[in-house]
Design a protein around this ligand. Sequence first.
Ligand SMILES: [Zn+2]
Length: 294
Amino acid sequence: MSKLREAYELYEQRRAEWLKAPIIQKYFVDQEKRYVHPFRIYGNVWYVGDNWVCVHLIDTGDGLLLIDAGNSGATAMLVNAIWEAGFKPSDVKWIVLSHGHLDHIGACLFFRRMFGTRLYMGKPDAEDFKYHQELSIIQDTGNLADETFVVDHEIEDGEKIRFGNTEMEFFLVPGHSNGVISCFFDVDGPEGVKRAGYYGGFGFNTLQKDYLIDIGDTKYEMRKVYLDSIRKVRDQKVELFLANHCINNDTLGRMEKLKKDPEHNPFLNDTLWGEYLDMKYNDLLRLMADPAQN
Ligand SMILES: [Zn+2]
């Protein structure tokens, strides 16, 4: 057998192994099927994510800001969505990351290398990218091109940052990861100025017993931290709840309603934020009461 053929067969074996992993099948294969045509949510806020992971684009009047950078392997889709929305990817000046997991950081390095985009992330996750890269879970994609990075700005609790015409107020809300951020900002649209609220990570996958024991949190302290974080921002005034994953606010269901009836924007809702945070709070209490999780 030629060396070339041998190398190919080794590659084929590795690829077959990789494809067998359920997580790969579920989240990293055929991502193009998850493409969503971008749409304007309200005012200067656009949806440019896929049907699972949200990415929001904010036209600040002085450059574009992205909240999150999409899934690992979804960079081309994100670039296409930005074009399709009528913007130029090269105008993306800033990316604010909800947290440092593989499904939110996909296009970061592409944007920084290609356009000099500055990357912002909560300080604790930025630290984990230096010393505990395994917490990013990028090893699960099997894509050897993925890597963690040093961010340009580590977001601190209570920090306010102005991006063009948009001032964001940030809070650290650890739980789903150590450095999840939450942010609040005004959005001006046809129904007046509305307060947008964003919570950057709700998943319980990192609060499961086996996961916590593996990372050394044998007393499951992170679950209490999560509950504290929910309480911390629960009573913020939020009239426009922006999701981290589509499931948080039924992004696609609301998109369909918005298309049918643009006069009644279903994303504008004064109670959704509080209701969703209360639901996650109670869901976590239930998980904590589950004997299998103790
Ligand atoms: Zn995550």
